[in-house]
Design a protein around this ligand. Structure first.
Ligand SMILES: [Zn+2]
Length: 474
């Protein structure tokens, strides 16, 4: 009995010692809304949107802001330092201009580190052990257009050796000047990836990039792997089953691979897809917690005893997801019926509208798609899928449109309506509105626009317009 009690106490003791940092990060996670940078609300913010944030940080005590240089079009790229410890951590985000999730998280982290609050003592302790250098938005010209590449049209992540872009030279110089112990290479990945062979999207993918074709593991890379193993445990609490491992093939021109090679333990974080989070505001918070967990673990050497096997157990990314997957639909071709699954992606197309983009729904694959999954799925067993018809009358204006009996038109198989002039703003309607010139394509095939009807026993039960279900029979 005595032994049992003693053992119990020891276990309790161990738990208390181990749980403390974990608990603090849990508390910080609870307090996250206070640190969330309120001026950044969606992914398409620009360099001009982060300038006031950088200026504010220039006024903050214990923060050092340094202009490292400018992009091809002359936009300033900044390095922001917090902490004064001997271990150096370098984080850079948005080298691909349309990958902005982590940039938001970096400003949230800076808000956290500069706030005076109940975590001040905790932060002070961490920041006496590490110096954290953040380079948010490494590719501001790409961010301006929300494109991957820079103004030269070069992928900065293939310019680590040739260094033709000023943005690439800035990152290389920062790494070399600091000789950082740890590096966080922060990106976004497409929504197509699942975490292993599963229907769960890889909301976060991680990687300790290889530094040679043989994918050898030296101490530098091993430390990155161990840190990822530790971070993954916390991530599993936030997004269970939604952490993937990025392709670990060596890419000789990439920054992550080379920075690992140059002696900085490098951690790649890719923000992927999550159901219902197009603007990645939840994923942004997950980034915040993951990076903070990493910085805290680096400060206290908590990663050192982690097992490499824990890292190896993280399932690889699998390209298995579509935005909408319609399973087992029947289509008709030359008077015969065929069974197909229909995969639809809702592509984002940049435009000059206030939100900066519109969707372009497209049938991207079809046939037997049984190994794949959809963010949304429709079981169309016993249903036929077909393209809708063009309403025979041309309408004058939105008023004429509202006069129509939509339910009746849908049941008659109409999906498209031609208008003299497209109303502005476009009305909320289940019909595809065409202006004078727009072509009506009455086809449902691989590659076609994702406008279609699903029918059961000849009755329309769902209307899909531009890749989205816009009408359902009650
Ligand atoms: Zn990227």
């Amino acid at each position: 009995m005595k032994v049992c009690i003693l053992l119990f106490c020891c276990m309790l003791g161990v738990q208390v010692v181990c749980a403390q940092p974990e608990e603090t990060i849990n508390e910080i996670e609870q307090a996250y809304p206070a640190y969330r940078e309120a001026s950044l609300t969606h992914r398409r913010f620009k360099h001009a949107d982060i300038l006031p944030l950088v200026q504010r940080l220039q006024q903050a005590a214990a923060v050092e802001v340094r202009e490292l240089g400018t992009s091809i079009e002359g936009r300033a790229i900044y390095q922001i330092r917090v902490g004064s410890g001997p271990v150096k951590v370098l984080l850079w985000s948005q080298m691909h201009g349309d990958e902005s999730t982590a940039t938001m998280a970096l400003f949230d982290l800076l808000n956290f580190f500069t706030a005076e609050d109940e975590f001040t003592a905790w932060k002070k302790e961490v920041l006496t052990k590490v110096s954290v250098y953040l380079i948010p938005m490494l590719n501001p010209d790409g961010a301006q257009r929300f494109t991957r590449r820079n103004r030269l049209g070069v992928d900065l992540n293939r310019d680590a050796l040739r260094l033709q872009s000023p943005e690439a030279r800035i990152l290389k110089a920062a790494r070399d000047r600091l000789q950082a112990d740890f590096g966080f290479n922060l990106h976004d990945q497409g929504r197509v990836y699942a975490a292993g062979r599963s229907p769960q999207s890889a909301t976060i993918s991680v990687l300790a990039p290889a530094y040679n074709y043989e994918k050898d593991v030296n101490e530098v890379r091993a430390n990155a792997m161990k840190l990822i193993a530790l971070m993954n445990r916390r991530l599993q609490g936030l997004i269970p089953g939604r952490v993937g491992r990025y392709n670990d093939d060596f890419e000789p021109r990439a920054f992550g691979d080379n920075i690992q090679k140059w002696g900085t333990s490098t951690i790649l974080i890719e923000s992927g897809g999550a159901p219902g989070d197009r603007e990645k505001q939840t994923i942004r918070k997950v980034n915040f917690v993951a990076i903070l967990t990493g910085i805290h673990a680096i400060a206290n050497g908590l990663y050192e005893d982690e097992q490499l096997e824990e890292y190896e157990r993280i399932p690889f990314n699998e390209r298995l997801l579509f935005d909408l997957l319609i399973r087992q639909a029947t289509i008709e071709l030359l008077d015969r019926e065929y069974l197909v699954d229909i995969a639809i992606n809702q592509w984002e197309v940049n435009d000059s509208s206030p939100q900066g983009f519109h969707f372009n729904g497209q049938v991207v694959e079809w046939g037997d798609l049984s190994p794949f999954y959809g963010y949304e799925e429709i079981d169309a067993s016993g249903m036929t899928a077909e393209a809708g018809k063009l309403y025979p009358r041309r309408l004058k204006n939105a008023k004429a449109l509202y006069k129509l009996d939509a339910q009746q038109l849908i049941q008659q198989g109409y999906t498209h309506i031609r208008m003299k002039k497209l109303p502005d703003p476009l009305p909320d309607t289940p019909f595809v509105l065409l202006d004078k010139q727009a072509r009506y394509q009455p086809e449902l095939r691989l590659g076609s626009a994702a406008h279609l009807l699903l029918k059961r026993n000849g009755e329309v039960v769902k209307v899909i317009k531009n890749g989205f279900v816009v009408w359902e029979k009650e």
